[in-house]
Design a protein around this ligand. Structure first.
Ligand code: SF4
Length: 480
């Protein structure tokens, strides 16, 4: 199957629509979208042609995507939960709509009418926008949106992100920047030493700029792969919660429960960490072995209880659509997680992004994954309904590429326990000052977002350290 168009500037975006249907296409089809200057377009799928008149005044890219979606949807007799909506943050469309004068109670209808989003997903977005707005207005009652998004008034704040690109071993679905610690001991030691310098200089810039830190997040990889001494050095560089964390939120991703010990949690506590992520992904031991995570379900429970002993808020991640899992398996994991009552529970959909072992495994694999993703849709629905019944509410959502049906990742939370970092990072409404290999700094000015990604390769991060650090400080407005 091929896709082509006579309007190359939108080819990338149009391809996204084409890709969303990809697992359905196991047919040798040529698809072409032609745009005509007079205000029309046609979509040819094999022998069939769909012709459209486009409304003048509409945004052309959006209008073309809609027509391609409608044609494919008709030809295949299939609709998609997110309709013609591509891009990772559907909430941004809702915020833009509100900013332009739309009403909160009409968000769901707008998403259905304008993008063919299913009623269920449209209502989910409306709920999340409402939940985020109430939460943030409660914390910052005097702020207002100057550009689309609830948090744009907070120009004096930044989120600090620190990346540890090491793990005990690589999980088979992983597409993150991460290498196994075991084979890279020397590299790790050099990395931590430079990372501490990176953090100290970044914090110095924040001080000079008179900005406040809203939240701090040490992510990975698996930060708790560090030993107590390394962790102590790293968190000393970050500082304590009195210095960081205007939003009083300081997270360390423990991720893999097999790396969590009482001694490490003691170090985290000493430095003012408030929130820890303990990620089971599934409570099914067979699946855990299949996806090459070196822990079992019992060790998740043990690690969770240890975190509770130290009084941390806990986030847990689950993945819907893991290989070999059906709805029953997912339900079992969900019930396990709910019984533990973490403050935050994030339900991801399996992604086959570049960098994971699943990526590019071929059409045969895609056919099999189609079935898995039909189940994933049921899993995602089950999560919503189950969590609603036990007082969790959805509070942030994003989408990733390479998930068939383009299913979403949704963060749920108990009341009052929303992660301010997750909201502001996902909505891109606060600067991100990021430290470490592969970490992405974000400059948010007047609603325009620019990004600077650090080198993903740890060796290169070390080699190019001084040059790259100067570039980052300059990017963040420090003048080098
Ligand atoms: S723990 Fe996370 S970052 Fe590390 S290999 Fe597994 S999925 Fe990747």
């Amino acid at each position: 199957m091929t896709f082509s168009t006579n309007i190359p500037i939108y080819e990338h975006d149009l391809r996204d629509i084409f890709r969303m249907f990809a697992p359905v296409f196991c047919l040798p089809l040529d698809i072409r979208l032609n745009y005509y200057d007079g205000g029309g377009c046609e979509v040819k799928i094999g022998e069939k042609t769909y012709k459209y008149v486009l409304f003048t005044g509409g945004v052309l890219k959006k209008e073309l995507k809609k027509r391609l979606y409608l044609s494919l949807s008709d030809f295949l007799g299939a609709t998609l939960p997110w309709g013609s909506l591509t891009g990772i943050r559907p909430t941004k469309i809702a915020y833009k709509y509100l900013y332009d004068g739309g009403r909160t109670e009409n968000i769901a209808k707008m998403l259905q009418d304008e993008y063919y989003v299913s009623p269920k997903k449209a209502q989910l977005i409306a709920k999340i926008v409402k939940n985020q707005t109430e939460f943030l207005q409660n914390i910052f009652p005097n702020e207002r949106a100057r550009t689309p998004g609830v948090f744009d008034g907070l120009s004096g704040y930044v989120n600090l992100y620190v990346h540890i690109p090491f793990c005990p071993a690589r999980c088979s679905y992983c597409s993150f920047v991460s290498i196994p610690r075991e084979k890279n001991e020397t590299l790790l030691k050099e990395y931590i030493a430079l990372l501490c310098r990176d953090i100290v200089q970044t914090l110095d810039l924040i001080k000079r700029q008179n900005k406040k830190i809203l939240s701090a997040y040490v992510g990975g990889g698996t930060p708790t792969v560090l030993n107590c001494e390394e962790m102590d050095a790293l968190l000393s560089a970050v500082g304590s919660i009195d210095e960081v964390g205007e939003g009083k939120e300081y997270t360390v991703e423990a991720g893999r429960p097999d790396t969590i010990t009482a001694e490490k949690l003691e170090v985290l506590k000493k430095h003012g960490v408030t929130r820890v992520c303990v990620n089971p992904q599934t409570f099914n031991d067979k699946t855990l072995a299949a996806i090459e995570r070196s822990h079992d379900a019992a060790s998740v429970v043990k690690a969770f209880n240890l975190c509770r002993d130290y009084g941390f808020d806990v986030n847990m991640d689950l993945i819907a659509g893991l290989p070999g899992e059906g709805v029953k398996d997912f339900e079992n994991s969900l019930n396990f997680a709910v019984a533990l009552k973490p403050e935050n529970l994030t339900v991801h959909t399996l992604s086959m992004k570049k960098g994971s072992k699943f990526h590019g495994a071929g059409i045969e694999n895609e056919k099999n994954l189609l079935k898995a993703n039909v189940d994933a849709q049921d899993m995602v629905d089950l999560a919503y309904n189950t969590l609603k019944n036990v007082s969790y509410v959805p509070y942030y959502l994003y989408r990733q590429k390479e998930t068939a049906q383009n299913l979403e990742n949704t963060g749920y939370s108990l009341a009052g326990k929303f992660s301010i970092n997750n909201i502001t990072v996902m909505e891109e409404t606060v600067f991100v000052y990021a430290c470490g290999a592969g970490a992405i700094s974000k400059n948010v000015r007047g609603g325009v977002i620019t990004r600077l990604a650090e080198l993903r390769d740890v060796g290169l991060y070390i080699k190019e350290f001084d040059k790259r650090l100067a570039k980052k400080l300059d990017f963040l407005g420090g003048g080098g």
